[in-house]
Design a binder for this molecule. Sequence first.
Ligand code: ZN
Ligand code: ZN
Length: 136
Amino acid sequence: MKIDGKCHCGYITIEGEADPEKTTICHCKDCQTGTGSAFRVSVPVAGATFRISGQPTTYLKTTAESGNPRAQAFCPRCGSPIYSTTPGEGAQPSYMVRVGILRQRNELVPRRQIWFRSAQPWVTELTPIHRIEKQA
Ligand SMILES: [Zn+2]
Ligand SMILES: [Zn+2]
């Protein structure tokens, strides 16, 4: 599936071929911290198809829960998370692109949830929370 998107300020734009069947929610504590939210939603994009404009800032983080080092990329101007990938120079085999920055976000329905043991307990119980169609 062709995907494209941009960060909140528009400095970073990306495109590529994603596998929507691998859209994943991650509840790990690093994703909670890195998003400032309860969980992260990502989809893998094949490195050979991945195109990016603008220069993201990256940092390397060995996540406490998996033990794997990951390069985390975000927009240096607005802070939007863009992707994570394996550490190293040049193109990588795959990029976990953050679904919230994609124009196709409505079509990318998560198929699995990982690190569910650290999920916030209320994420499965959103229905009873008071709903307002727009800002209160
Ligand atoms: Zn930006
Ligand atoms: Zn995570």
